[in-house]
Ligand binder design. Structure first.
Ligand SMILES: Nc1nc2c(ncn2[C@@H]2O[C@H](COP(=O)(O)OP(=O)(O)OP(=O)(O)O)[C@@H](O)[C@H]2O)c(=O)[nH]1
Ligand SMILES: [Mg+2]
Length: 283
């Protein structure tokens, strides 16, 4: 858990060694609880990546906050990720207060130590004072620094239980969801400002050949306005072509069949205000 853009998804992927959760420089990238599974000789850890903890009265953000908070009930331990390049604001204060009531179960991961080495020390000092019962680790989710130490801490703190997933499982996401997320990642990384927030992806069709060697996907990048559609499509269609190419390349790396992706852009006016769409997308 942590504020938007703290590096939660980058961390999940680094720990599990696979691309499980999508990443973007814009905040509010993750919109669902995304499970990542790490299986080693010493045991299995199941992680839940969550949407960034963001205080806002907008409908979409309220849904995202609910998802983030509800993950607390499902977890035995908490990794609270802090972006040490930023100062403590209202959201961080609220998170600090949430975790202050469960310090024994909380590991504070001071992230981005690759670019904020001096600030990490100050943070470490502050957190020791505010949350003396927490374990603090310094990491760079991007570079992989401190990840082995974090894993050791988690394995030492985790309670013993039955193995929940087979050894070779690293996520439980359904193919349609995973496809839509990969397309969304490529789309939101190609645009700026408000547009990433206005994007969702709908997989209309996924057909796999009988021999299991080919997969055909028909998907739509959904935006809120015609102008946003124009920006995603780009000059002469160059934008959507690049998104399609990048998504297809990554999908081909992940799925065992050769993928053919048919990708278009459509408008769903003000979808972020529509309850039935939010219910479908955010869970
Ligand atoms: N330099 C540096 N950048 C990082 C690190 N971890 C994450 N980032 C960058 O921070 C940005 C946000 O990363 P995400 O992993 O998407 O952050 P998040 O916390 O999942 O964000 P939301 O899903 O929006 O809440 C991306 O541009 C990452 O490359 C790190 O350790 N060092
Ligand atoms: Mg994320």
């Amino acid at each position: 858990m942590g504020r938007p853009s703290a590096g939660k998804s980058t961390l999940l992927n680094k720990i599990c060694g696979e691309k499980i959760s999508i990443i973007a420089p814009t905040p509010q990238t993750t919109r669902n609880k995304i499970r990542g599974i790490l299986s080693e000789e010493r045991g299995q850890l199941i992680f839940i990546d969550t949407p960034g903890f963001h205080l806002s009265e907008k409908k979409l953000n309220l849904h995202l906050k609910d998802v983030s908070i509800s993950s607390l009930d499902e977890s035995d331990l908490f990794v609270y990720v802090i972006d040490t390049t930023r100062t403590i604001g209202t959201e961080e204060k609220e998170l600090l207060s949430i975790f202050s009531s469960m310090q024994e179960k909380t590991i504070v991961a001071l992230n981005k130590c690759d670019i904020a080495s001096s600030k990490v020390k100050t943070y470490s000092h502050t957190i020791k004072e505010l949350l003396p019962g927490c374990t603090i680790v310094e990491i760079s989710a991007l570079k992989g620094t401190g990840i082995e130490n974090l894993k050791d801490v988690l394995f030492s703190k985790a309670a013993e239980g039955e193995q929940m997933y087979p050894d070779d499982f690293y996520t439980d996401q359904l193919p349609e969801f995973r496809i839509s997320e990969i397309i969304r990642e490529k789309a939101i990384n190609s645009v700026k400002e408000e547009i990433p927030h206005a994007v969702y992806v709908e997989v209309a069709d996924l057909e796999i050949s009988e021999d299991g060697e080919k997969g055909w996907i028909r998907a739509f990048i959904m935006v809120e306005r015609e102008t946003q559609k124009g920006i995603i499509v780009g000059k002469g269609g160059a934008g959507i072509r690049d998104i399609r190419k990048a998504a297809q390349k990554e999908l081909n790396r992940i799925f065992p069949y050769k993928i053919y992706l048919d990708l278009r852009v459509k408008v769903n006016h003000k979808w972020r205000k529509k309850d039935h769409i939010l219910k479908k997308l955010i869970f």
